[in-house]
Design a binder for this molecule. Structure first.
Ligand code: MBD
Ligand code: FE
Length: 313
């Protein structure tokens, strides 16, 4: 019996030379950053094939799965489902801590359903353009710096699903900007919007993401939530969401978007005096949520993410 550790095919000089050549390491041409990443991706993929004894048929099944995922434009959904979009948040959090940034409202994933350019309102807005049998929801709060100083002229870019868990633009039965707005904070840093209570999202049952989740024995549900990009002068843009505390999936989000500090209570407002104070005649639900933005600093990762996004028609 040999006492020498058996060497792997991946570690053999022949395979290592192959990976180098694949990544163009023998030429000065090309993009060094991309070469480094491709070298690693290919070598690590080959190591997985070897370690887990992935058969050729399994490999081509995976390629066909990815091909169809691209064809159906589902990578934006698969990445949160695999926890990778959340993992990237953990990495950015760590970089921010290393740059001395701490406190402020936590970030969480953007998800695949943002559309830039929603109508801009000052101070307050109504988001439900389409008539729908939803419960009236009022969300209000303040945007401040991390020190608590109000930020007038900040912009709260908000988007959320309707009562079926569907988002306008992606759901073409809704008006283009339904449940999407940008709201500029008033002189006291306050914003306020009237909308309808969203319901949780579910992955398309016939889609590629759900297909994989089924194989993992997982569901594809998100709790009811509301997305935000918040930006203010001199401050770092924040990507975040609030998750509604009363949703059964609030701590069981397939996309791992729920974080401490982002779970909010939905308060019913029924008292006649409170209704009158809000200018409302029928009972409604209210959420209060304040955003604290971190000040801009040098040498911190750019919080604004460049990614392909859907556009309004
Ligand atoms: C969503 O609404 C969402 O926010 C994420 C992250 C994934 C799928 C649907
Ligand atoms: Fe969402």
């Amino acid at each position: 019996m040999s006492t020498i550790t058996e060497s792997t095919i991946t570690d053999s000089p022949e395979a290592q030379a192959l990976f180098d050549k694949v990544a163009g390491l023998d030429t000065a041409a090309g993009n060094p950053r991309l070469k480094r990443i491709v070298r690693r991706v290919v070598a690590d993929a080959c190591r997985i094939i070897e370690d887990l004894d992935v058969t050729p048929s399994e490999f081509w099944t995976a390629m066909s799965y990815l091909t169809e995922t691209g064809r159906k434009n589902e990578f934006g959904l698969l990445m949160p489902g695999l926890g990778i979009e959340h993992f990237i948040d953990l990495c950015v959090d760590a970089k921010e801590r290393a740059a001395g940034i701490a406190g402020g409202t936590p970030r969480t994933i953007e998800g695949p359903l943002y559309v830039a350019g929603a109508p801009l309102a000052k101070g307050e807005a109504r988001l439900d353009d389409d008539p729908e049998d939803g419960e009236v929801l009022i969300v209000e709060g303040r945007v401040t710096g991390r020190d608590g100083a109000p930020l007038p002229g900040a912009v709260v870019d908000v988007w959320h699903a309707n009562t079926l868990g569907n988002y306008s633009v992606f759901d073409t039965s809704q008006s283009p900007w339904n449940l999407r707005r940008r709201i500029e904070t008033d002189g006291n840093g306050c914003y306020r919007f009237r909308s309808i209570l969203p319901r949780g999202y579910g992955c398309p049952p016939q889609g590629q993401t759900q297909k994989l989740l089924d194989q993992l024995g997982r569901h594809g549900r998100r709790p009811a939530h509301i997305h935000f990009f918040v930006s203010g002068p001199g401050h770092r843009q924040l990507t975040t969401q609030i998750n509604l505390a009363d949703d059964p999936y609030v701590h069981d989000d397939f996309a791992f978007g729920t974080r401490d500090g982002l779970v909010v209570e939905v308060a019913p407002v029924t008292d006649p005096a409170a209704l009158a104070a809000s200018g409302m005649t029928a009972p409604f639900s209210r959420i209060r949520f304040d955003f604290a933005l971190n000040p801009e600093v040098a040498h911190a990762p750019d919080p604004v993410v460049a990614r392909p996004r859907a556009e309004a028609a």
